[in-house]
Design a protein around this ligand. Sequence first.
Ligand code: AGP
Length: 631
Amino acid sequence: MCGIVGYIGTQAATEILLSGLEKLEYRGYDSAGIATIWEGEVNCVRAKGKLYNLRYKLEQVETPAPIGIGHTRWATHGKPEEYNAHPHMDMARRVAVVQNGIVENYRDLREQLKAKRYEFRSDTDTEVIPHLIADLLKSSPPLPYSPSPFLDAVRQVVNKLEGAFAIAILSADYPDELIVVRQQVPLVVGFGQGEFFCASDTPAILPYTRAVLPLENGEMARLTPLDVEVYNFAGVRLKKYPRLLNLNPIMVEKQGFKHFMLKEIYEQPGVVRACLDAYFNKDWNVDDSATSPINLGLPAKFYSDLEQIQILACGTSWHAALVGKYLLEQIAGIPTQVHYASEYRYAPPPLTPNTLTIGVTQSGETADTLAALAMEKERRSGKEPKYEARLLGITNRPESTLGQMIFHIINTLAGIEIGVAATKTFVAQLIAFYALALDLAYLRQNISLTKLLKIIDGLRQIPSEIEINLDNQERYIEQLAHDFAQTKDFIFLGRGINFPIALEGALKLKEISYIHAEGYPAGEMKHGPIALLDVKVPVVAIAMPGNVYEKVISNAQEAKARDSRLIGVTPVKEGEAVEIFNDLIPVSNVEEFLSPILTVIPLQLLAYHIAACRGLDVDQPRNLAKSVTVE
Ligand code: AGP
């Protein structure tokens, strides 16, 4: 995580760096800092906490320096204190470094440097880098024909580092050079008019240019006021061409909402409509045998002899994958496994033939998901066709590392999500899985046309049902939230297709309200977790009419018998069943099969309002970052 940004050109760097860091703050907000070069000195200013603290400090020391680097931190090594904030510098304060990632062998390097009497001022892994560069610049004569001793020194140091990292470095002794490095952590170079940029993610540089070059693993670039040169870690210069991004600068505005998260919850009807319009062919009719009602454009090898699907993901994307598994098995009839990418990396199952591997990541940058997919690609390469890698990505950022790594992508079209807690991107992932399951079922003739068209029709009703539900639910949930501002534990119950929604409801609450919460398949309660229940532990039960409705109601009864306050997420129906709930959050009575798209939304609202009621920072909860680019 962490965000890095760099600038070299003709304008004053500070404001450009700060505006870039603002767009990267979703990657971490434990501290922030920038370093610029002015009048032969490195000026480094750092501040603990959010970016506004740094902005405040910089008001006193702003310079017109035309070169600089900046960083917003998500702490990995060392507490979130100012002394651990980036940039880090060498002892003579001539070299400044910002890093996103982890230098795994930093302990050894630190010991070697300490033996040479280098003093460390932070607990970070990053601080070894400026000391190593300074050491090399001091002791090694420039290499013959080298364009830059600074570049040489950085290259030699990078070859000593183990781990996954993106780095930007400047030196007061080479004030016309900004060196950037990428090793498994994203870094993009931007080409402006007489100015160049680097950043962890494109939104940071989009206000200035759409011409970008995403560096690949094992590449470094030397940015000067005139030029960008790209090299590999062996020092060989590479031929590279920028590409033009088809994106506009992102409007980061709350549009009257108190928080981005609430705005993003309210954007969900539009997101579902956009996905449905993109994935399903509106004009298709039953006589049209040449085309498909679903527009995913999957190649034949993805479905014709397909025997198994495995899905790799983390966090909320993993929950979407669990709903995906239900759909792929129940609609398309394909056995599907869902793995935490972080577990899969170190204990992959034996290779199975004719297997489709799907990576789900809204950011397209989650280190574990990318590494698991890369491993899968690698261990299947050179194998016979039935074992070859068939990879599909589901992401909200097709321009991300995932998009560069995997050819076949389903773009979830949710628009940039600013709130750290995923809401609209989750719902968009669900729609992607409905489309994928229906497409595979249709292509493999696993579904009748009548059933297929009925489900598509049901999906098309969903956006207006979300709108109706939002109208009916929000005030009620806002009031309900007050009762839970002091609650310490929550239980969420669901079954079948709504079990992943129970997990997601619990995750949302944990993330933004810091209340301990667990999601369980309702039938599992009596096998242990029921011991947790008493009057202080509310239980949220998702009870949608369908084949497990009565079961969920019985499981909810069991919780109520242990004095838990029972909150139902269920359609309002006359009769005994719903009367068991102490509180009832009404949801439209749609087919159980489509219900997760509706049932997750009140749980997002509940988490949001409880967190807001507790006065917490909903959009940037403590200890989290939106894009988890470290292992
Ligand atoms: C979602 O609310 C979380 N912030 C987190 O679990 C997230 O889903 C996870 O880190 C995976 O991110 P990705 O979808 O970008 O891979």
